[in-house]
Design a binder for this molecule. Structure first.
Ligand code: SAM
Length: 249
C-alpha cells in the first residue's frame, strides 16, 4: 500500500466520523444512529457510493437539521469528506466504509429517509446487472431501511445506458418518478442539483457530457403489496447499456 493511502487510512481510523470495520460502532450502531451518534431526531440521508463525499458534506452544510451519511467501500476516497467534516465540525455528518450490499449491518428498518446515488459505476455487462446500484436487488435492499413513508431517491449519472436502464426498471416496478431529465443543466435551476458537484461530475462537465438525473420514490418494505416486492422471479433486464464510462478510478 502506498504511503499516502496509509496516512489516509490512519486518518480514518482516528476520525470519529468514520464508521468502519475494526471500530466498535461498526456492528453496534444499526438502528441507533439518532440516539447514539447524532443525538437528535433529524431525518437521515445516505449518499450511496459517495467517493469523496461531496454530496454528504455539501448537503450537510446547507441543511444542518438533517443528518447525512456517506457510504463507500473505499477508505482512500471517503477520508476526504470525512476529514473536511471533522475540520469544519459538521455535527450532522458521518461516513460508513462498507459495501452497499452489506448496508443492513449499519441501517435498520425505518431508519433512512432519503438516498443519493451519485455517479455509480454503470456496470454495462449484462452479467453484472445485479451489481448496478439501481438494480432490483439494490432497490429492495434500500426499501428494507426506508422510513415508513418510503424513501426519496436521487440518481445522478453521466451514463445514458444506466439512465435508460434505471428509468425503464423504475417504470416496470411502478415506482413513483418525480422528475427525470437526460440533461440536468438545461432542465432545472435547483441549487442543490447544480451547485454540488462530485469529483466525477466535474470531470464529465469538463468534457461537456450531459448529466442525467432521476428523482423517484422507493416504498418501504413494510408495504409488501407493492410490485417491487411481488415480482419475486423478476426476469433479468436484458437491456444493453449503450455508453461506457469515460473515466475509471
Ligand atoms: C464512479 S465512483 C463515483 C464516486 C462519487 N459518487 C462521485 O460522483 O465522484 C463510484 C463509487 O462507488 C463506490 N462503489 C461502487 N460499488 C460499491 C459497492 N458495491 N459498495 C460500496 N461502494 C461502492 C466506489 O468505491 C466508488 O467510490
Amino acid at each position: 500500500m502506498g504511503r499516502k493511502k496509509q496516512i489516509n487510512f490512519e486518518k480514518n481510523r482516528r476520525n470519529p466520523k468514520v464508521i468502519e470495520p475494526g471500530k466498535d460502532e461498526f456492528l453496534s450502531i444499526r438502528g441507533k444512529w439518532n440516539d447514539t451518534f447524532f443525538g437528535n431526531d433529524s431525518p437521515i440521508v445516505l449518499e450511496i457510493g459517495c467517493g469523496r463525499g461531496e454530496y454528504t458534506v455539501g448537503l450537510a452544510k446547507r441543511y444542518p437539521q438533517v443528518n447525512f451519511i456517506g457510504v463507500d467501500i473505499k477508505g482512500s476516497r471517503l477520508w476526504k469528506g470525512a476529514s473536511q467534516a471533522l475540520e469544519e465540525n459538521l455535527n450532522n455528518v458521518a461516513f460508513v466504509r462498507n459495501k452497499v450490499e452489506n448496508l443492513q449491518q449499519q441501517f435498520a428498518e425505518n431508519e433512512v429517509s432519503e438516498i443519493w446515488i451519485t455517479f455509480p459505476d454503470p456496470r454495462p455487462k449484462e452479467r453484472d446487472e445485479a451489481k448496478r446500484l439501481t438494480s432490483l436487488r439494490f432497490l429492495r435492499l434500500y426499501s428494507l431501511m426506508a422510513h415508513q413513508q418510503g424513501l426519496k431517491a436521487h440518481l445522478k449519472t453521466d451514463d445514458l445506458g444506466l439512465y435508460e436502464y434505471s428509468l425503464g426498471l423504475f417504470r416496470e416496478l411502478n415506482l413513483q418518478i418525480e422528475f427525470f431529465t437526460d440533461d440536468l443543466y438545461r432542465s432545472t435551476n435547483a441549487e442543490e442539483l447544480l451547485n454540488i458537484q462530485t469529483t466525477y461530475e466535474k470531470r464529465y462537465l469538463s468534457i461537456n457530457k450531459p448529466i442525467k438525473y432521476i428523482q423517484f420514490l422507493i416504498p418501504a418494505a413494510s408495504v409488501p403489496h407493492h410490485p417491487l416486492f411481488q415480482q419475486l422471479d423478476f426476469p433479468p433486464i436484458k437491456r444493453e447499456l449503450k455508453e461506457r464510462k469515460a473515466f475509471t478510478g
